[in-house]
Design a protein around this ligand. Structure first.
Ligand code: SF4
Length: 443
């Protein structure tokens, strides 16, 4: 046994995948993972540094770990800005950047040398490592970094230009995950739709055939694995249209997470993002013509510098017309180092909050109307958890991603297990969630 490690994982699903890799390596080298600071010989904190509240949460988590344990290695997005961490917490043992498994392991080895020889340990292959999600769904990261330069974002500074993973490596990882019980693969990257551009779409081998490293080919192969395939963080490029027929054919889930961020062309230009309400609506209409059952999730920033009343009204009009299925919104907040900080005419906080409330109230009305139309229909639902009452299940339809979208609460005969896929007849709805009865089983 090499020593006991406490682990704190903050941030988005992309950070969660990095945590899984670090934890798998720690386990492979004989370190024991423990659930409390007191039991641990050392604590690793995987941080998020995307927006100011996330930076603050990360700095507080590091402070907690230092107070309660004292020996702390920091990694993750905020680790790309060691000066911020060292200024608040000079006693951390080491700071490494995001996705830097090797850097974390070097820091851990220095503070807590491994007892077993890592080269004689049985190292897990990618996809066979430790998972932080339930067995029935897994996040699959297909690229790191981003080639865009959105003015409110420092991810390209933190993570660098996009680096796509080899297509064969991704597919073998996906294959192993499905073989070991994963029923839903959630595909993530900073910009999933740009997959393969940096590889010049270089083909590689998967099960004896050549597969090109472009998103449509990758998605087609993933779709043949027999699991639910869900795409997140899709930038609204024209070529995304190529994926929609795969959704209509049932190879991919009819679900797209497309962060549009705004609808006013003036504000989108200031954000250095494409389009506006008119082109967004044309794109959505085109996708829905090909796949009418498509669920669309999007996120928006309200109160971006320079946002006038008329820009915000344009955003509300767009949301009313677009009839999006799931909407997330954030009030604009400064990110240290982002170009948008230098834009003129920042919006007062109370105006941002009032706009946020108006947007969310509008979306609640739209979501409630959409959900009420589902009463009486039958949906395929994957079971994530048990409810409080015997026989009660908490699951998600194909249109709901874990952790961010709605849930389906269903009554069953008590024989359904977590990870099962069942048919649920919907009996009731609120703006976010559905209720119903299990009426059949799929898997
Ligand atoms: S697409 Fe824009 S917001 Fe998303 S990671 Fe890249 S620069 Fe940031």
């Amino acid at each position: 046994m090499s020593g006991r490690i406490g682990f704190v994982s903050l941030g988005c699903p992309k950070a969660l995948v990095d945590s899984e890799k670090i934890l798998s390596q720690l386990r492979a080298e004989g370190y024991q993972l423990v659930a409390s600071y007191q039991e641990a010989d050392l604590v690793v904190v995987n941080t998020c540094g995307f927006i100011t509240p996330a930076v603050e949460e990360s700095l507080e988590a590091i402070g907690d770990a230092l107070d309660q344990n004292g020996r702390v290695v920091v990694t993750g997005c905020l680790g790309e800005r060691p000066e911020v961490i060292k200024a608040r917490h000079p006693s951390v043992l080491a700071v490494t950047g995001q996705a830097d498994v090797r850097g974390v392991m070097e820091a851990v080895h220095e503070a807590l040398p491994p007892e077993s020889d890592p080269f004689t340990s049985l190292l897990p292959s990618p996809g066979e490592g430790l998972k932080l999600t339930p067995r029935h769904y897994s996040y699959l990261k297909i690229a790191e970094g981003c080639n865009h330069r959105c003015s409110f974002c420092i991810i390209p500074q933190l993570r660098g230009l996009q680096k796509s993973r080899d297509v064969g490596e991704i597919l073998y990882e996906a294959f192993r995950l499905v073989a070991s019980g994963t029923k839903e693969l959630i595909i993530i990257a900073q910009d999933t739709s740009a997959y393969g551009v940096d590889l010049n779409y270089r083909a590689s081998e998967f099960q004896g055939r050549e597969v090109s490293a472009d998103l449509a080919s990758l998605a087609g192969e993933l779709g043949a694995l027999g699991a639910w395939i869900r795409l997140h963080y899709v930038y609204p490029y024209p070529h995304v249209k190529e994926l929609i027929p795969l959704m209509a054919e049932g190879k991919l889930l009819p679900y797209l997470d497309v962060p549009l961020q705004h609808a006013s062309p003036r504000i989108l230009k200031a954000m250095r993002r494409p389009g506006g309400a008119k082109s967004h609506l044309e794109t959505l209409a085109c996708w829905r013509r090909i796949c009418p059952e498509l669920t669309i999730r999007s996120t928006f920033i309200v109160g971006f510098p320079g946002e006038r009343d008329e820009d915000f009204e344009q955003l509300l009009d767009f949301i009313a017309e677009a009839q999006l299925d799931h909407v997330g919104a954030f009030t604009y907040s400064e990110v240290s180092g982002a170009d948008a900080n230098r834009l003129p005419n920042h919006v007062p906080q109370e105006v941002k909050e009032e706009r946020y409330e108006r947007l969310m109230v509008l979306q609640q009305h739209l979501s409630l109307a959409k959900n009420q139309k589902r009463i009486g229909t039958t949906l395929e639902v994957i079971v994530d958890d048990y409810g409080e009452v015997p026989g009660e299940l908490i699951g998600r339809s194909k249109g709901d991603a874990p952790g961010i979208d709605g849930t389906v609460m269903a009554r069953s005969d008590g024989t359904v297990k977590i990870g099962d896929i069942v048919e649920v007849r919907v009996t009731d709805a609120d703006p976010y969630d559905l209720q119903g009865d299990v009426v059949g089983r799929i898997q």
